[in-house]
Design a protein around this ligand. Sequence first.
Ligand code: NMX
Ligand code: MLT
Length: 435
Amino acid sequence: MKELKSLFQEKTQHVQKDLKDILKNHGDLQVDTVVLRQVIGGMRGIKSMFSETSLLDPIDGIKFRGYSIPELRDSLPKSSRGDEPLPEGLFWLMLTGEVPSQSQVEGLADDWEKRSQVPEHTYRMIDSLPLDTHPMTQFSMAIASMQTESVFAKKYAEGISKMKYWDPMYEDVMNLIARLPHIAAYIYRRVYHDNKQIKADESLDWAANFAHMLGNNDEEFQDLMRLYLTIHADHEGGNASAHTTHLVGSTLSDAYYSLSAGMNALAGPLHGLANQEVIKFIFAMLDEIGTKTPTDEQVSKFIHKTLDEGRVIPGYGHAVLRQPDPRFTAQKKFSEKHLKEDDLIQVVWQLFRLVPDILDGLGKVKNPWPNVDAHSGAILVHYGIKEYTFYTVLFGVSRALGVLSNLCWARALGLPLERPKSVNLEWIKNYITEN
Ligand code: NMX
Ligand code: MLT
């Protein structure tokens, strides 16, 4: 899409100039201090990365280019058949900083549709994997297998100037995003529906077509997918999937290698796999208690038992947030509108009433509130997507929008190889002695 590409280029030139001036005039300005607890404790809170697409506040939650989730729901273009924002619009916003018009998002959806042909060898590679291969493994491998198509890798091999890196990166990113729903739906239908594949419907927007290829043409489900794919897209630069994608990309690996790596980070239970863990936890609880409508006392007992076994309560806690996640709240609002009577949704809300006090009582959990993963599974079950080992793939299709727009920015701004310094125990002991 020429319009988006040239607008992106224009925007990057302004930011490039600002960064150059900032580095020249304020490059030595201190923005943070680092204590040993952070060196040993997962670098929590250290301001050390640059990412334009979104910013996370511990209390207010995520803002995409200054827009909170409720603001996005008001401002981004919508389908004529739904109330939720089109994820195409969020991608445009993250890439350019501007809210697109209706015709601009439609043009972007058309462009992705034109780029959506997945190479045959990728399907063959997926087909060669055992059916019980985790869908995230299939997804990550499928993404890596398409690296044969990388325009960036080809141009780099031909000796392209570093000033032009952004251009083939943009092409790779657009091609990849266009293909992801097709790969994800292929994996879903292969693993859970006897490989009965559903052809794309070119008349639909990106999210609705994905819903269609998964096998559900209910307009409410299509709208849920628009919301889902919008709210999971980005969570500033430091989260594990965004950071991994950025780190790998900083070596000038192309978008296929970088996203595949980012998806491997998302596949961990403390990160994106938590969405599958939440519904597993709820099903195990209901199974053990023997009812779909447990009492508060029964639920509390199960939560305590889980904690006593040395396990975490999935879907609760966060490395940055210190309030209920606005992405949880957005899903709760959707459910209040459409799914109020659903027993499983009621259990999600019951956990929301009970878990925070219990976690608070442990005296060590910094954020006892629900995160994005606490709600999504129960909604998906309602619309027939009961196969929870697939849930993180859905998260991944959305997360690609954020981490890949970041990759475009990184190449356009010429961001360097990321390479922090590590220290060993001897160094730490010497440092303590000296200080
Ligand atoms: N249940 C039980 N214990 C918890 C929880 C929880 N939900 N959250 C934090 N803690 C514990 C944590 O394990 C640690 O214990 P210890 O000192 O014994 O090692 C202690 O509380 C302090 O951890 P925090 O500083 O509060 O949390 P941290 O920043 O290290 O980790 C998470 C953040 C998200 C990894 C953590 O809250 C967690 O494990 N949550 C459950 C998994 C989850 O929902 N992950 C999804 C996050 C969102 N996403 O999609 O990525
Ligand atoms: C995310 O969406 O990436 C998670 O909430 C984790 C994080 O922000 O660290």
